[in-house]
Design a protein around this ligand. Structure first.
Ligand SMILES: C[S@@+](CC[C@H](N)C(=O)[O-])C[C@H]1O[C@@H](n2cnc3c(N)ncnc32)[C@H](O)[C@@H]1O
Length: 250
């Protein structure tokens, strides 16, 4: 794609959704300009690379990046598989405009839609992959359940959802298992005070309610073999990589 090619943002919000509140990526709108630099300094890129590697997108496949923010996971997927057809979805118009500018600068084809995870504006069975990084903890309980159902709906049978998000430690960590830094999950947020203040450190992140909650939500929504496929003790906290597959039709 030529660098001059337009990257459009489709506003897919309903009139009611236009006034709907959401927790932005850095917690406050005014912090958005610092989001990319702080997450880059914080090593979030490695999480995106791990998620993209686990998703293993094949040539020409359609991918939805839910809660795409400024587009970093989408760009990582596109770097790994340039012929993928990637659509980023986020309610934050400012973050999407940043993603669009980055896509134009890089000369990559990225579709961007403004909307919410609990009503993915796409037809049934229209994606091969749903991916999402550090966005599920921005959703409330109902939003997470609805996201799981929507991810199932928009995936074709056999399609895969790959989610990277904060999760509490498991028995493996207690055994000294795969933990890379050997510390707990939330105190590490002190390294990024803006993230802690953002509210991202509360609720599902801070209290561990997210534990295997997303696995259960995916299973409840009808996914097969929802499981944690990897985790890392990132400096923001423990990040779990969860995958599940939409069952094939009999
Ligand atoms: C911490 S940022 C992560 C952004 C990006 N995925 C990344 O890894 O850099 C969380 C994102 O979730 C988005 N978000 C918040 N509420 C949402 C919702 N209801 N549906 C979809 N995305 C939402 C925010 O606007 C923000 O861009």
């Amino acid at each position: 794609m030529a660098a001059s090619t337009q990257v459009r943002i489709l506003d897919q919000r309903t009139p009611e959704e236009r006034d709907r509140p959401f927790l932005p990526g850095a917690g406050k709108n005014w912090l958005l300009p610092f989001y990319d630099v702080f997450t880059r300094m914080g090593g979030v890129r490695a999480l995106h690379e791990r998620a993209a590697g686990l998703a293993s997108v094949q040539p020409g496949q359609a991918v939805a990046d839910v809660g795409c923010g400024t587009g970093n996971l989408s760009f990582t997927v596109l770097a790994a598989q340039p012929s993928a057809r990637v659509t980023g979805l986020d309610p934050d118009g400012d973050a999407l405009r940043r993603a669009a500018r980055k896509a134009r600068r890089r000369g990559v084809a990225l579709r961007l839609m403004q909307g919410y995870a609990d009503r993915i504006p796409a037809p049934d069975a229209s994606f091969d992959h749903v991916v999402s990084s550090l966005a599920v903890h921005h959703l409330d309980d109902d939003g997470r359940s609805a996201f799981a159902r929507e991810a199932l709906r928009v995936l074709r049978p056999g399609g895969t959802v790959t989610i990277a998000d904060f999760g509490a430690h498991s028995s493996e960590d207690e055994d000294g298992g795969h933990s890379t830094h050997g510390h707990g999950r939330v105190h590490a947020l002190r390294h990024l005070p803006w993230l802690r203040r953002s509210g991202a450190a509360h609720g599902p992140v801070g209290d561990g309610a997210h534990d295997d909650g997303i696995i259960a939500l995916l299973a409840d929504a009808g996914f097969a073999d929802a499981r944690e496929v990897a985790h890392t003790d990132h400096r923001f906290g423990r990040v779990a990589f969860v995958q599940a597959t939409r069952p094939r039709l009999d």
